[in-house]
Design a protein around this ligand. Structure first.
Ligand SMILES: *Cc1c(COP(=O)(O)O)cnc(C)c1O
Length: 735
């Protein structure tokens, strides 16, 4: 029901996008929301006061956008992801609201600086690397395109750990990102819902004598949603990222209280809230832990319940769900959504199996992110059965019906059946989550042309032969709003001054720059921008690491998670080779270089951590060699994260994308470098191939084996043999 018109004449100050309006909001927030004045406010308080001022302006647009989606009963995109590597939001939100100048001026009136306030914000590090950052970039792009999209994920109390380097080694520190108030989230206890675990199944007959199955004696945990507004770029659209936090449910606690077992009640409360406590820090590795399975089911079940609640508020017949919702699975982590939707439709809504399956398989789409065997999620049947007994039955039923159809299509091919089964035989049996995703989705995509083709000929060959029409490619991307407009203000300004600002919404416009590639004054300005960015980074390095780098040297950069397949080790050997050249054959040493590396290693990944120590040992030797002067430096920057990435990309000149061909599904770091005017040296892997096609082979330094050549060599078993011995000896290099 619309609000009654009231006679009150009030001017909502948060509508006001002028400098004065923003300043007034800032002052009101600082005084009344934070109870501070200009003397007592900390820098973080000032960050909060400005963020809340902008948040108010987002909220207005947010409410209108959501009302509009509801009124028009729009089809929604639901993006389910275990990870959203968002980073900071203040700078991005100011840009997308289109009030950067007004905000700067408002702060200027108060003697404050926007840059300084931005630096106060703690990164939302709710992801490991590329997969999580992709999810964050998609949210920005969908809002900018006006797509009615909702992100669903987990509000981890602790995101990806903070990395410290001590004595050359990585140390992990907890990421207490919520210690200070987070201005961007809204708790929505009114939408909290129960998620069930454990228990058992029970057969019964409904009133008409139809056999049904109930899931009973479960342990219940409350999923509490926190909403974050996601604005599009200057289009007044604001979408929602809904992150779920685990709370112990009351009913469940009281049972123990009633039994007088206080300690157990408290313990259970702690235990249930553990579910959203911490992000697993392994990039692309599945360890099969029970808590991880519970995390996956927790947010997935909450999302499905929320999606159905919204659908029912706007529609009557669940068979229309595929017309009103599409659910994109970011890797197999949210794969249980397929099973959960079946459970809701069959057990709760009493639909026939075929009708339910028909809805499900028209609603889901699945993105595969890697070919690496260690990343393919498989859950052992005993664990799965313990945590989700009803879901196991449903998985078996899906599999039974699926294999029957495959057997009809390929009669007599039993080996194919066992390869395609959702259940891997063995002791214990395991559930193949990728197979579940393929069978339950209408679309399956890889993340670069090469990767999508490899899926068809290797990992998912049988499935491709069975249903080729399901398979497609969606090469990963990045949003230029964050990775150029926000991260590199100098280059953005030069580009906009030269070709206009349409590129901010449509990146194809950048092509107009080719006309300026040979114009000397443009080239000069381009070089000035790069030099200023390099000086800025050099300054930051000096301030944070007390190492002076030469801004005239080539900034040669590899920043990404530390992984053997990404080959930081190969890069390290190149650095040593350059150093030796300088020492023993100075004639041959030509280019002054600053090698810049950054990246986190999974805490249990021994070799990756040793590679970090190795790099720091090399840095120790080279940076302390008086004979080297400023011709070579090696900088390992601590705690790689989105906000640090934003400082490094603009200053980079050479981008190292040197993974073994056939291993990096796409890469998105490669794109951020390109967008910031760095040249690429790399292998024909992932999206590097498409980048090379776009910029022309002559504008990229391609080296190394191609995928097929790697395969051939692997068969001769000469790769990776002595890695650990080599590193261990080099790790002692500095001693
Ligand atoms: C882009 C990005 C990544 C992914 O980098 P790749 O080079 O594609 O592996 C990882 N972490 C952060 C913080 C990023 O911004």
């Amino acid at each position: 029901m619309p609000d009654k018109k009231v006679d009150l004449q009030w001017t909502p100050i948060h509508k006001d996008m002028t400098k004065d309006g923003i300043r007034l909001s800032f002052q009101v927030n600082r005084e009344y929301t934070l109870a501070k004045d200009q003397y007592t406010a900390t820098a973080y308080d000032n960050f909060l006061a400005l963020s809340i001022a902008l948040r108010d302006r987002l909220v207005e647009r947010w409410i209108v956008t959501q009302q509009e989606y509801h009124r028009k009963n729009k089809k929604r995109v639901y993006y389910l992801s275990m990870e959203f590597l968002i980073g900071r939001l203040l700078g991005n939100n100011i840009i997308n609201l289109g009030c950067e100048k007004e905000s700067k001026d408002a702060l200027d009136d108060l003697g404050l600086e926007l840059d300084e306030l931005r630096e106060q914000e703690v990164d939302a590090g709710l992801g490991n690397g590329g997969l999580g950052r992709l999810a964050a970039c998609f949210l920005d792009s969908m809002a900018t395109l006006g797509i009615p999209a909702h992100g669903y994920g987990i509000r981890y109390d602790y995101g990806i750990f903070n990395q410290k380097i001590q004595n050359g080694y990585q140390l992990e520190k907890p990421d207490e990102w919520l210690k200070l108030k987070n201005p961007w989230e809204f708790a929505r206890p009114e939408y909290a819902l129960a998620v069930h675990f454990y228990g058992r199944t029970q057969n019964y007959q409904d009133r008409n004598g139809k056999p049904c199955i109930a899931w009973v004696d479960t342990q219940n945990i409350l999923a509490m949603p926190y909403d974050i507004p996601i604005p599009g770029y200057c289009n007044d659209i604001v979408n929602t990222l809904r992150l779920w936090s685990a709370r112990s449910s009351e009913e469940f606690d009281f049972e123990y209280f009633n039994d007088g077992d206080y300690e157990k009640a408290v313990y259970q409360k702690m235990f249930s809230e553990n579910i959203s406590k911490v992000l697993y820090p392994n990039d692309g590795v599945s360890q099969g832990r029970e808590l991880r399975l519970k995390q996956e089911y927790f947010f997935t079940a909450a999302a499905i319940a929320d999606i159905i609640r919204r659908f029912k508020a706007e529609n009557t017949n669940l068979t229309d769900l595929p017309k009103k919702a599409v659910i994109q699975l970011n890797d197999t982590h949210p794969a249980l959504a397929i099973v959960e939707l079946m459970r809701i439709l069959v057990d709760m809504e009493q639909l026939e199996w075929e009708a339910a399956w028909n809805i499900v398989t028209k609603t889901f789409a699945y993105t595969n992110h890697t070919l690496m065997p260690e990343a393919l999620e498989c859950w052992t049947v005993p664990l799965f059965e313990k945590v989700l007994p009803r879901h196991l039955q449903i998985v078996y039923e899906i599999n039974f019906r699926f294999l029957k159809e495959v057997a009809n299509y390929f009669p007599g091919d039993n080996e194919r059946l066992s390869r395609m089964s959702l259940i891997e035989e063995g002791n214990p049996k395991r559930i193949r989550m990728a197979h579940l995703c393929i069978v339950g989705s209408f679309s399956i995509n890889g993340v670069s042309v090469l990767h999508s083709n490899l899926l068809k000929i290797n990992l998912f060959k049988d499935f491709y032969e069975y249903e080729p029409g399901k398979f497609n490619n969606k090469t990963n991307g990045i949003t230029q709003r964050r990775w150029l407009l926000k991260a590199n203000t100098r280059l953005s300004k030069l580009v906009s001054d030269t070709i206009g600002n349409e590129w901010i919404k449509n990146l194809d416009y950048l092509e107009k720059l080719t006309a300026y590639a040979k114009k000397s004054d443009f080239v000069k300005q381009w070089q000035d921008v790069k030099m200023q960015n390099k000086m800025f980074l050099a300054n930051y390095i000096e301030k944070t690491m007390q190492i002076v780098v030469n801004p005239e040297s080539l900034f040669d950069v590899q920043i990404k998670r530390i992984h053997e397949y990404k080959r930081q080790l190969l890069f390290s050997l190149f650095i040593i080779a350059e150093y030796l050249k300088l020492k023993h054959d100075p004639q041959k040493f030509q280019i002054q270089r600053t090698f810049i590396l950054a990246g986190k290693a999974a805490p249990g990944y021994f070799i990756a951590k040793l590679i970090i120590k190795f790099i720091n040992s090399i840095a120790d030797v080279i940076n302390h060699d008086k004979g080297v002067k400023d011709r070579l430096k090696v900088i390992f920057m601590e705690n790689y994260r989105v906000s640090l990435a934003e400082k490094i990309f603009p200053a980079s000149e050479l981008s190292e994308q040197i993974s073994t061909a056939g291993t990096e599904a796409s890469g998105t770091g490669n794109m951020k470098f390109m967008l910031n005017g760095a040249l690429t040296i790399g292998t024909l892997d992932g999206a590097n191939i498409e980048i090379a096609e776009a910029v022309g082979n002559e504008n990229m330094f391609i080296f190394g084996l191609r995928t097929e050549e790697v395969e051939a060599k692997k068969n001769r078993d000469i790769l990776r043999k002595n890695t650990s011995i080599i590193i261990q000896s080099y790790a002692k290099f500095s001693i």
